[in-house]
Design a binder for this molecule. Structure first.
Ligand code: MLT
Length: 267
């Protein structure tokens, strides 16, 4: 992986694909509390036709947290990091930004702050709304406790909601291991940032980019009904519901997700 120093942190990112000049770039943004590894199969599937950039967000995977969050934990920090990364890599063609779950919240922050940096948008197993009070309180409780509990407990808490019934245990274990290896400080920072995120629903009608809204048919965290409403609020957005997938659609049904992203990149 390459690294980029941004504002006190080292941001690691995968940069692959050797397509023709002017080929599109796909920027794949992972969810919580994961790493670029969740996109492994999409990276393999897209690299023939696109340059694929898959970062570890600040504090996750091989990236460091720096001195963030300090006084203010906001998803805008990750969005600013992604904008700096795009400036660094100088994409030759169009840029497709794909955000999974927390990565989708960050993609919407990108739309608010750095809309000129990308041309197409994929919102994968995510939502536009802010947290309800109870969800916010649960996040802040985890942010307070995770230093003591350890990340393996976070994996155990999250696991029942991540996958469709019948998902292969090896696939589940892959994700559990990534969560368990995540720095508790990164988990705390991300939870605080997600808890403070604004409602992005009013932003949706202003999105004027080709957009894909994709969700697992059995997603228990960001349910299809909500994703369908998100798609309906964005002019011309394509809605894809992936059968036999829960929240982790990109790892549960990798080919279906890769195909939908490939179509968006070519649109
Ligand atoms: C994720 O997968 O990124 C998280 O489930 C998002 C969240 O906690 O809202």
């Amino acid at each position: 992986m390459k690294t980029l120093a941004i504002d006190g942190a080292s941001i690691a990112y995968f940069d692959t694909g050797a397509p023709s000049a002017g080929a599109p770039t796909a920027l794949l943004v992972h969810g919580f509390p994961l790493s670029h590894a969740m996109w492994r199969r999409q990276i393999d599937g897209l690299r023939e036709t696109a340059r694929v950039i898959a970062p570890d967000l600040r504090g996750f995977g091989e990236s460091t947290l720096g001195d963030w969050p300090g006084a203010e934990a906001s998803l805008d920090r990750y969005a600013d990091d992604l904008a700096a990364l795009l400036a660094e890599i100088e994409p030759a063609g169009s840029v497709t930004l794909a955000g999974f779950s927390m990565g989708g919240y960050i993609a919407l922050a990108m739309q608010r702050l750095h809309a000129d940096r990308f041309d197409r948008l994929a919102l994968v197993d995510t939502r536009a709304a802010a947290d309800a009070d109870a969800a916010r309180a649960t996040r802040l409780k985890m942010a307070e406790g995770v230093g003591e509990w350890g990340s393996a407990r976070v994996a155990a808490i999250m696991r029942p909601n991540l996958f469709a019934a019948g998902t292969d245990e090896a696939v589940v274990q892959e994700t559990v291991e990534v969560i368990s290896a995540t720095d508790p400080a990164a988990i705390a920072a991300a939870q605080r940032a997600m808890a403070s995120r604004p409602d992005s629903t009013p932003l949706l009608p202003s999105i004027d980019k080709p957009t894909l809204v994709l969700t697992g048919a059995e997603d228990a965290i960001t349910p299809p009904e909500e994703a369908r409403e998100t798609a309906a609020s964005i002019t011309g957005a394509r809605f894809v519901e992936v059968p036999a997938a829960g929240h982790m659609a990109p790892v549960e049904q990798p080919d279906a997700v890769t195909d939908a992203l490939r179509e968006l990149l070519a649109s």
